[in-house]
Write a new protein. Structure first.
Length: 387
């Protein structure tokens, strides 16, 4: 593959940079406003990304072949259409991309965004982006690609939209034909492919309180007759009281299902509640449990666990949920610990020699906000080879 030059907008800690560099790309400009990310970017690439793209004159950006951007999803203006689509995007960060593309007419674009970009603002956001890129002269895929790392064998469920384009005004009506070859299913993945098998630092292991709560719920799951539970378990409704009439229909339905579960297992559940003091030592959110592992495992400790605002969630150990924030960092039941920063880096396909932020919370946040390197690398390679 030929050498090329790229710019890295909203660059974060360089997920795009990693992918482009692996394909022979040279970064000639990076832009990011988060100072923690800027430090990590400089430490790993020796390039200052401490530039607000809003302050940049397009003429000051070096010539480049590929524009990369994981831009924030914002609702566009519905007013003031004197300048058409360009005017509608004004004030958003997508407009900054438009400014650069107007000036440079960059040959290739690789943009990444959240899954709901397509439905955002009733589909209007994607429509404006698509029409704007078309007006600028870009060939695009018929619809944005929706790709998750698990489809490439990286055990993380993280659907993201990737927009690929080639500057070719004369042929912009010819759609790009790019897709994933033979994507893998969730069940073809295993979380253990990216996990350390040896002991990790103590800070990653769950607390005595968390272990107590999880042991209680493990005992509950093993004690009830049901193995597949298709609704959230709310222990506060383990009773025969009338269902509150002021509850919305969906909530009434869940209450009824919990009461049926209770009546079907009354002798066991009464003993369980008595043993655990009615769960009065549990935080309110920990009195709820969401079993989302079907009958694929028989113990909480065989699954992937998250302490979430909606309750304790258990999934089978094929894929981790998408990395989002430190409060929901997944727990590996088998090891009774959260995933490490290095394991989080692997879930985003960063190399082993990548130096993450020293601040644990920032490091998780940065990987959670990053693009997946292998996903971007795969799709960019397809784009650069496209005829």
């Amino acid at each position: 593959m030929k050498k090329f030059r790229f710019i890295d907008l909203f660059s974060g800690i360089g997920g795009f940079h990693q992918a482009m560099r692996a394909l022979g790309g040279e970064c000639v400009f990076a832009s990011e406003i988060d100072q923690y990310c800027n430090e990590v970017y400089y430490n790993n690439y020796g390039i200052s990304s401490d530039i607000n793209i809003r302050d940049v004159d397009p003429k000051d950006i070096p010539k480049h072949d590929v524009l990369c951007a994981g831009f924030p999803c914002q609702t566009f203006s519905k007013a003031g259409k004197q300048e058409g689509l360009k005017d509608q995007t004004r004030g958003t960060l997508f407009f900054e991309i438009v400014r650069l593309l107007e000036h440079h007419k960059t040959k290739y674009i690789v943009l990444e965004n959240v899954r709901n970009l397509i439905s955002h603002d009733h589909g209007r956001t994607w429509q404006v982006i698509r029409d704007c890129l078309y007006d600028l002269g870009y060939r695009l895929t018929p619809v944005p690609l929706i790709v998750s790392p698990h489809q490439l064998g990286i055990p993380q469920l993280r659907e993201r939209v990737v927009i690929l384009g080639i500057y070719d005004p004369q042929h912009r009506d010819e759609l790009l034909d790019i897709s994933l070859d033979n994507p893998k299913s969730k069940d073809e993945n295993s979380i253990f492919d990216i996990l350390e098998s040896h002991r990790v630092p103590d800070k990653y292991y769950i607390s005595d309180y968390e272990e107590m709560v999880l042991n209680a719920w493990d005992e509950f799951y093993k004690g009830i007759k049901e193995t597949v539970i298709g609704f959230p378990i709310w222990s506060v409704y383990f009773n025969e009281d009338p269902v509150p009439k002021d509850f919305p229909k969906w909530k009434q339905n869940f209450v009824i299902k919990n009461q049926e579960l209770y009546l079907n297992n009354k002798v066991f559940i009464d003993k369980w509640l008595k043993k655990h003091k009615g769960l009065k030592d549990f935080a309110p959110t920990h009195t709820k449990m969401e079993w989302q592992a079907g009958d694929s495992i028989s113990s909480i400790w065989d699954g992937v666990i998250q302490f979430r605002p909606s309750g304790i969630r258990i999934k089978k150990p094929t894929c981790f949920p998408a990395l989002v924030a430190i409060v929901q960092i997944p727990i590996v039941g088998k090891y009774k610990r959260r995933i490490t920063v290095r394991e989080a880096a692997r879930l985003q396909s960063f190399p082993e020699d990548f130096e993450p932020c020293d601040n644990l919370q920032q490091a998780y946040k940065q990987f959670g906000n990053s693009v997946n390197v292998e996903v971007i690398k795969y799709l960019t390679k397809e784009l650069l080879l496209h005829k």
